[in-house]
Design a protein around this ligand. Sequence first.
Ligand code: 5GP
Length: 344
Amino acid sequence: STFCRELPKIELHAHLNGSLSMSTMMELQRYLADSGVRDETNVFTDEFVLSAGDTRTMEDCFQVFGIAHALTCTPGALEIATYLTLQEFEADGCCYIELRSTPRDTPHMTKQQYITAILQGIKKFSLQHTMESRLIISVNRNSNKEEAEEIADLTIEFYQKQPELVVGIELSGNPTIGEFQMFVPTLTKARQAGLKVTLHCGEICNPKEILEMINYKPDRIGHAICIHPKYGGTDELWAALCKSSIPVEVCLTSNVNTKSVPSYDSHHFKLLYDANLPVAISTDDKGVFATSLSQEYTLCAETFNLDKAQIAQLALSTCKYVFDTSIREKIQENVIEFTNKNGI
Ligand code: 5GP
């Protein structure tokens, strides 16, 4: 709706390579061809979008990121991808974003150059725009300990030099691969250096790991599906989550399209919301799931019958969960100014 589009919104869970729009991918194809990087441009961008009726499963979802990865294989392309993606979030009414991405070595750049290129895109964007952007570095669950350590060390290094841009570290990737415990020392090292931590948690039923994650007390968690007994969790997990009051990054369309939840109506947002638990409506992968942050707010309002005041309150409360606490008041003011202007 127009209201959800104009409402100043806060995006806390967006993977860069899952957020590329078709127009950004076309731009990247042209850029790579012009740069003489030809072999990588032969990708099937029409298979990138995973809509509701798609027969592909959660496992298949992790394959589609390869399409985006082929297009963000050079520093220049990655910088453009970052810039254009930020532009799209701002055009959709986003006033603060924490973008996340997994540093990769490619034939054209190192992990260090990967992070530098994204930060370059963020800085260039910030010169000409008002939306505030920060970066969370992702560690993929399919990494071995050495690679995870390497990424955490780089994250700490960049954080120490640019704490105004690099704010956190997170664990994502195929939840059927790897074990949270293996990443604990690495994540803790980053946390002790001052970085915030968010974890993909409960995308599949794994009560033992989910409990370990909640007990780790991350600053936020993503998805949190298989926690309540109704969703394959347990009473113990649900009680632990309620007690922890860890903010949950909620991704409605992502969960529906990957069939992690059967429908919008049955999404666990309702349980979280009714229990008064902290939630942050987010897109996850706006390119792959053909959505936008305003669309996620609209779907939330329509599915769960929330009025304008309740929707605005969701945006406002999300300000409390941002990793850059120094910007909290400023973005809160954005939302409050909008609600005052609209008589809410
Ligand atoms: P990137 O980190 O390359 O910018 O963004 C794509 C990556 O984000 C994927 O390769 C995957 O590791 C992670 N990712 C994106 N969406 C999801 C999701 O829904 N669940 C999990 N666990 N990881 C995801």
